[in-house]
Design a protein around this ligand. Structure first.
Ligand SMILES: *Cc1c(COP(=O)(O)O)cnc(C)c1O
Length: 352
């Protein structure tokens, strides 16, 4: 090691899912939405005034914050926006997890959490999910410096009803609890309804999955205005202009096209339920996902073999070579047609 390298901050980065670019591929590996962005987004894009790009964007991101406040019928002081929910979450880790006590998140969860904790020097513990991959709520009663978990959880897809989230909040009034709702639009009620009663609750959502906008990088947080103010203080200490003018305008247009959002949401939920039935017939088992993916294992065929076989057909799914989950494939819900091709291939493949 060179002398200067002793002063380098070295980290083990997060591994994002592959972004292959193969014509005709069926991409079910990163939980993107198979449907195009809303017609309202395409129209806003066509009408966009590029002259505006000469200027810095609005640091308060008002056009997007106001569209969200309108859509969710909440005051705009409760909203914070960022460059995808990864940016919002990273900012929230830095802002709220500043204790010497460990923060808590499940052993099987979004694998970016330990990466941010390591990067920011935040101690953490990972209480184990039970055998059925459920969160054991009693494990979140010990002393801690904050709590974060996705709901529905990733990559299991299991959803906790608001009463369960509330139980965790009740027991942890002295720390910030972050609920990462990347998939909640496919699941059930958001914990957003609890923020008026729990000033320590931060709910984070994204445009990447349910809103077909992963490439635009838009995420947001909802919480008590005091929490939001603290987040903004850290953001303005880091980079005042995180979101581009294009992302702000297109994000606002996306939120305003609520009808299309609800329609694609319904189609994906229907395809998910249909895919579950077919997978069961083929000998797969899985936690009862409420997200836009299914985390499935086969009774006799290894996940890594299926992963490779699917890839040869240009069908991309995700496999995590990690303890407790290496027998599973995470399969994003695509269009009905894509799911039919996947199921058709698996049916033949498993006959060998
Ligand atoms: C996809 C995902 C995110 C990040 O989404 P972006 O908004 O695209 O950054 C955050 N948390 C979980 C659990 C996710 O699955």
């Amino acid at each position: 090691m060179k002398k200067w390298e002793e002063n380098v901050r070295r980290v083990v980065p997060y591994t994002p899912g592959e972004q292959p670019n193969v014509p005709g591929m069926i991409k079910l590996n990163t939980n993107e939405n198979p449907y195009p962005p809303a017609p309202g987004v395409l129209q806003a894009l066509a009408e966009m005034d590029a002259e505006r790009f000469r200027l810095y964007p609005d640091p308060a991101s008002s056009v997007l914050v106001e569209a969200l406040a309108d859509y969710y019928h909440r005051p705009k002081e409760q909203f914070f926006v960022g460059v995808g929910s990864d940016d919002v979450l990273a900012m929230a880790f830095q802002t709220f997890f500043n204790s010497k006590k460990p923060i808590l998140f499940p052993d099987i969860t979004y694998s970016f959490y330990p990466v941010w904790a390591d990067l920011f020097g935040i101690p953490y513990e990972q209480p184990a999910l039970d055998e059925a991959f459920q969160v054991v709520r009693e494990d979140y009663q010990r002393e801690n410096g904050g709590i974060v978990f996705p709901n529905p959880n990733a990559p299991t897809g299991l959803y906790m009803e608001p009463a369960g989230v509330e139980e965790i909040l009740c027991r942890n009034p002295d720390v910030v609890v972050i609920v990462d709702e990347a998939y909640v639009d496919f699941a059930g009620p958001s914990a957003m309804e609890l923020i008026d009663r729990y000033e320590n609750l931060l709910v984070v959502q994204t445009f990447s999955k349910s809103r077909s906008m992963a490439g635009m990088r838009i995420g947001f947080a909802v919480g008590n205005p005091v929490l939001i103010q603290y987040l903004n203080d850290v953001k303005y200490s880091f980079n005042s202009y995180t979101m581009s003018q294009a992302a702000l305008e297109l994000g606002a247009a996306c939120v305003r096209d609520g009808a299309y959002f609800q329609e694609t949401q319904k189609k994906i939920i229907a395809a998910r339920e249909r895919t579950k039935e077919k997978l069961l017939e083929l000998g797969f088992s899985f936690p009862d996902s409420r997200a836009n993916f299914i985390f499935a294992r086969h009774e006799s065929c290894s996940a890594s073999e299926m992963f490779e076989a699917l890839k040869k057909q240009n069908i991309y799914v995700r496999h995590f070579d990690a303890p407790r989950i290496r027998d599973y494939l995470r399969i994003t819900i695509g269009t009905d047609e894509q799911m039919d091709i996947l199921i058709g291939f698996l049916r033949e493949y498993l006959k060998r």
